[in-house]
Design a protein around this ligand. Structure first.
Ligand code: GDP
Length: 195
């Protein structure tokens, strides 16, 4: 996909602020620091439209980015940040749950996990929850440039096994440094956003 236009539209704190043109939406979820902002910036060829590492775990908003006037990336707040209170964590759950379960134009959720390590308990819960509610998911294993190429397959296998991934869900090995996986991920996104 050749991104010619990308704009930050809104940081929404509730459904009343979600954009209303009816464009398809691709949501992104993952632990804080997994590389979500970096992935968005890489995908849309901007250095810093999505802010990287501002305040991990503190952003309790849904950030909507409009791409080529065709679709939205919806950046969900990062989960699993140790320093947020339990109340905040529960709030996180409700907020996201509402979006994920009620937004009919949500076409695909990109679940980001760190390729270097086995997915965490939070990652596993998130994947289970998504599959339970039949939300289409693509797992993206980030920071692949930090793993030698000879080890890639081993790490991919580790991610798949730890999440008990269904064979039908795609997994993309990604690097925001090198652009590995970018075209593959765009192809998957386009499959899900075409009418
Ligand atoms: P977020 O909290 O999920 O939005 O994570 P960020 O995008 O802010 O990234 C967290 C840190 O990981 C930053 O220091 C990034 O530079 C780094 N990072 C993110 N993606 C990659 C990647 O693909 N490769 C490498 N080497 N570092 C990355």
């Amino acid at each position: 996909m050749n991104v010619t236009q990308a704009e930050f539209v809104i940081s929404a704190v509730g459904p009343a602020q979600y954009p209303e043109e009816g464009l398809p939406e691709i949501a992104l979820a993952g632990r804080s620091n997994v590389g979500k902002s970096s992935l968005i910036n890489k995908m849309i060829q901007r250095k810093n439209l999505a802010r990287t590492s501002s305040q991990p775990g503190k952003t309790q908003t849904l950030n909507f980015y409009k791409i080529n006037g065709e679709l939205y990336f919806v950046d969900l707040p990062g989960y699993g940040y140790a320093k947020v209170s339990r109340t905040q964590r529960e709030q996180w759950g409700k907020f996201i749950e509402q979006y994920l379960l009620q937004r009919d134009r949500l076409r695909l959720l990109l679940l980001l996990v760190d390729a270097r390590h086995p997915p965490t308990r939070d990652d596993v819960s998130m994947y289970d929850w998504l599959t339970h509610f039949s939300i289409p998911v693509c797992v993206v294993a980030t920071k692949a440039d930090k793993i030698p190429r000879s080890q890639w397959q081993k790490h991919v296998k580790q991610v798949k096994e730890t999440l008990f991934m269904r064979g039908s869900d795609p997994l993309v090995l990604f690097s925001s440094e090198t652009g590995l996986g970018k075209d593959e991920l765009w192809a998957i996104i386009q499959q899900h956003t075409e009418v």
